[in-house]
Design a protein around this ligand. Structure first.
Ligand code: FAD
Length: 570
């Protein structure tokens, strides 16, 4: 493969030369460094590289590029080279800069920082970096290396652990790629129709009549395998024979956190996952509000680190399939898995999370994170100051989001399929929306399409009553059409609210209190003693990574108390 490109764009010859030289000295052997003086020539070059099939790893633009605002240029770069990481390079200022990771101009002048923070929130850039200082600027290189690592992982793994050979449009292959990417397993995809694909099929001894074919790093050939068969290749499908202290069901942030704390406290810990490590967080390209990552971290990176941490403390991960049933058994619980398999645990923590209902319209998926957001992703209302934001949904969560957003956005439009908000929204919110001048409501309306070059620019709306279609400019679309908890497999003894979220602690009605009204149940304990719930799946939970992580650790403390009480009483 040709050396991937690191591109720098800056109209100031001095600073262009500095960044170019800094990159060339450190990465010149493995990457092709290309410098351009204007966004126009850079976009032309990116198109040429795409036509030649030449990979582009990183595009850096100086914040001061004059011909076009640098963030707009980087948003356009995404549509030409979607896999390339896009970085805004901020001028380094002030004498304190070398020792301070945050660029001084940003700290000193919040107003100057606003366009940068807005560009991140709108998904126009992946990161910002202070321009490199003189000499060996290890802070700059650490950030560049992290971006290169993420790019290489997603776009061009040097040593793929799995090769998938399948039809270009195969839905199962798409699912496999998504699952492997979310689990941070490096993979390569070869279209079965291509010369490369045919060559890999031949090496695997397959004629392509049954697809997808997977060729693993161990040389195993799997033809259209189920997920647990793939997990077995990585040693992740086993189940311990002995009863464990705690079985955690679901390896999203709550389950991973609980696994780290339980295993580090010395509990024998089994972590069961049906699909991909990281849960919903694994599908987030940039988590910006998790403590300790000021420039954000991709969900897949966070999940991989947490998984390694849990494993290093001794937690046993298993992707043997979804847990299909939970039953009390002597000394604890039995968990049933597909294929008649089962596992036994003295206590159970349910961290199975939720799925957001997806909105299906052309263009939406391609702009996910670049102006199109599901649920909790838009915690950064200030980034939409002065813009037109659309919110889809007719329940209270949509109403609350609209009211909050209207404090910053110039205009907020609620799009609702029904002919009134009153069907699913509380009256107090409807009153607040009516009283807020910059919120309008479009009933009987649906999103028909989204468009934009690297960033959401317009939405097409269809109005059912009039049968009309209209395309309107839009900066952001927040989709709040409901979350479904993964709880349909639980026994009726585990009490849930009307939407299926698990009730714990003081949320349990007195009749379902496992302590029979004598004491309050532990705050994260369910109506079945010894079974706990944490994270998004719990009634009343705050749908955030940090909250799920916090609840995972708290649940561990509570189930340790439960196990100690059980041990004393036996
Ligand atoms: C696209 C996107 C972006 C987001 N961005 C942010 C953000 O920037 N900041 C933020 O704070 N929050 C963000 N969130 C929300 C955040 O990801 C969630 O609040 C968090 O992941 C909840 O963690 P959890 O562990 O409770 O559940 P989940 O992450 O939902 O994990 C649950 C896990 O349980 C597994 N599971 C389900 N049923 C079973 C079963 N029967 N057997 C075995 N395993 C099972 C699932 O496969 C899944 O892996 C985002 C969410 C999405 C969808």
């Amino acid at each position: 493969m040709a050396n991937p490109v690191l591109m720098v764009v800056d109209d100031n010859p001095g600073s262009l030369a500095t960044v170019d030289g800094t990159l060339r000295r450190r990465y010149g052997h493995d990457y092709l460094i290309i410098s351009e003086a204007t966004p126009g020539t850079a976009l032309g070059r990116l198109r040429e590289l795409r036509a030649a099939g030449h990979p582009v790893a990183v595009v850096m633009a100086a914040a001061a590029v004059a011909e076009a605002p640098a963030a707009d240029f980087l948003a356009q770069a995404r549509s030409i080279q979607p896999a390339a990481k896009r970085v805004l390079v901020i001028p380094r200022g002030g004498p304190a800069a070398p020792s301070l990771r945050v660029p001084v101009p940003l700290v000193a002048d919040r107003q100057a920082a606003t366009p940068v923070l807005r560009a991140i929130a709108h998904g126009m850039i992946d990161a910002y970096l202070p321009a490199p200082g003189a000499g060996r600027d290890e802070g700059f290189h650490r950030a560049v290396s992290e971006l290169l690592e993420e790019w290489a992982h997603d776009a061009a793994p040097v040593l793929p652990a799995v090769r998938i050979i399948a039809g270009q449009q195969s839905a199962r292959a798409h699912e496999l790629r998504d699952t492997l990417a979310r689990s941070s397993v490096p993979y390569a995809f070869h279209a079965a129709e291509s010369a490369e694909g045919r060559s890999w099929l031949a090496r695997a001894g397959q004629d392509g009549s049954a697809l997808p074919v997977l060729l693993t790093y161990t040389g195993e050939v799997l033809v259209d395998p189920p997920n647990d068969r793939i997990a077995a290749v990585f040693g992740l499908a086993g189940l311990p024979a002995a009863t464990v202290d705690v079985a955690i069901i679901g390896a999203g942030p709550a389950g991973l956190s609980a696994a780290v704390y339980a295993a580090s406290e010395g509990l024998s810990t089994l972590l069961l996952e049906r699909e991909a490590i990281g849960g919903q967080a694994g599908s987030s390209s940039l988590i910006r509000n998790y403590l300790g990552f000021p420039r954000g971290i991709s969900g897949a990176s966070l999940a991989t680190r947490a998984f390694e941490q849990a494993w290093s403390f001794g937690a046993i991960p298993s992707m043997a399939g979804p847990v299909t049933a939970l039953q009390p058994a002597p000394g604890g619980f039995t968990l049933h898995l597909p294929g008649g398999r089962a596992s036994h645990a003295r206590s159970v923590l349910i961290t199975t999370g939720v799925s957001y209902r997806k909105l299906d319209a052309p263009g939406l998926d391609a702009l996910l994170g670049a102006g199109v957001f599901y649920g909790a992703t838009t915690s950064e209302h200030t980034a939409f100051a002065g813009e037109h934001v659309f919110i889809v949904g007719g329940a209270n969560s949509a109403g609350q989001a609209a009211v909050n957003m209207a404090r910053y956005a110039q205009q907020v439009t609620i799009v609702v399929r029904g002919d009134t908000l009153a069907a699913r929204m509380s009256q107090y919110l409807i009153d607040e929306i009516t009283a807020t001048a910059n919120i309008d409501v479009r009933t009987s309306t649906q999103i028909a399409a989204a468009e934009g070059t690297g960033q959401l620019e317009a939405l097409t709306l269809t109005e059912a009553r009039a049968g009309s279609t209209q395309t309107v400019p839009a900066s952001a679309l927040v989709i709040l059409i409901g979350a479904v908890p993964h709880t349909d497999w639980l026994p009726p003894r585990i009490a849930r609210d009307e939407h299926g979220f698990i009730l714990t602690g003081s949320d349990l009605p007195a009749s379902r209190n496992p302590a029979a009204g004598q004491t309050l149940p532990r705050p994260l304990e369910t109506s079945m003693p010894g079974v706990f719930a944490a994270g998004d799946v719990r009634h009343g939970s705050v749908k955030r990574v940090a909250s799920a992580v916090g609840e995972g650790s708290i649940a561990t403390t509570q189930l340790t108390q439960y196990l100690q009480t059980q041990a004393r009483n036996s």
